[in-house]
Design a protein around this ligand. Structure first.
Ligand code: SF4
Length: 314
């Protein structure tokens, strides 16, 4: 089952951390409070901290109602996408709708974690089952270089917001730290991150690194050994979630979609956007297949003028 006939739902997509997850995309492509140098979705085109109804809440609710009516099997309904979902001012209403009408489904939120200094936002998301915020830096100058935030955002305020979030919601919090060698992997920055994490008290700390080209060409992935060292420095519980091995396949991975992607890029190299318009699937869904094909060495990527292109290895 796919949701590609919907405007704001995508998948269900296979996800390493969340199993079979139905994506809910609440903001237009690259509407975000950050412009991370490792972002796999390209440059942020609308850098903002303004919360508003970027897409019509009523339509999102109607799509969810239709999609969930036949009770599909899902591990999570996940707010995610190529932008920051908490910028949508209707997220609280959507969470409430799901909890009232479809209480059997668990809800997850993938967020850059920058807006929880607003108590109103915490109130809106506090019944979510699993929140996965990011925190890549603890000092302001690294934050600015790595995450290139909207100018008014300050890292101390963001960490304070995450502390408040953890105190005020009962679900799980898995904090993701994305390591960019040469920027946030120094002993000094890791120690600062460690003290920030000790204040926040997330349930899990997950380390990630680049596994395909981001928006800035010089950004390289961290090695497995350096991530292991950082995991030890941070906390013995920190897990490495970067994809150093072949990704696991989950039930919703569709072999037909995979072979169409392979056939298409065999004929000519394509970007994720190209594949999305050719196949009529959401970019986030295409991304999952691309990640799997890359991990199996079946395709490779190349940065050209128009963006990141994928080519067949066969
Ligand atoms: S927060 Fe996420 S969507 Fe926004 S720029 Fe960073 S990686 Fe991209």
């Amino acid at each position: 089952m796919t949701a590609h006939q919907y405007d704001y739902l995508f998948g269900p997509v296979p996800s390493r951390r969340l199993g079979v997850s139905l994506g809910v995309d609440l903001v237009p492509h690259k509407t975000c409070s950050l412009n991370c140098i490792y972002c796999e979705c390209g440059r942020t085109t609308n850098l903002t901290i303004e919360r508003k109804e970027y897409v019509p809440t009523e339509t999102v609710l109607a799509e969810l109602k239709t999609f969930l009516a036949p009770k599909p099997k899902l591990d999570y309904i996940t707010f995610s996408g190529a932008g920051e979902p908490t910028l949508h001012s209707g997220i609280g209403e959507i969470v409430k709708f799901l909890k009232t009408n479809f209480p059997d489904y668990k809800i997850a939120l993938l967020t850059n974690g920058t807006l929880f200094y607003q108590p109103k936002l915490i109130e809106e998301v506090k019944s979510i089952d699993l929140i996965l915020p990011s925190l890549d830096a603890a000092s302001d100058h690294i934050f600015r270089k790595l995450n290139r935030p909207f100018h008014k955002l300050k890292i101390e305020t963001i960490i304070d917001g995450l502390v408040q979030l953890r105190k005020n919601f009962e679900g799980q919090m898995w904090l993701e730290v994305f390591i960019v060698p040469g920027l946030n992997d120094s002993d000094d920055e890791i120690m600062r991150l460690k003290s920030g994490i000790q204040r926040i008290k997330p349930d899990r700390v997950q380390l990630n690194t680049l596994d395909r080209p981001g928006t800035v060409a010089w950004v390289k992935p961290a090695t497995k050994d350096s991530l292991k060292k950082i995991a030890n420095q941070l906390d013995s519980q920190a897990e490495i979630i970067a994809n150093f091995q072949q990704r696991e396949q989950v039930a919703s991975y569709n072999a037909d979609v995979e072979s169409t992607i392979l056939q298409t890029i065999k004929r000519r190299p394509c970007t994720v956007e190209d594949l999305s318009s050719i196949l009529g699937l959401h970019q986030n869904e295409i991304n999952k297949y691309i990640e799997t094909l890359l991990s199996r060495n079946m395709i490779r990527s190349e940065i050209l003028e128009r963006g990141v292109f994928f080519k067949s290895n066969k």
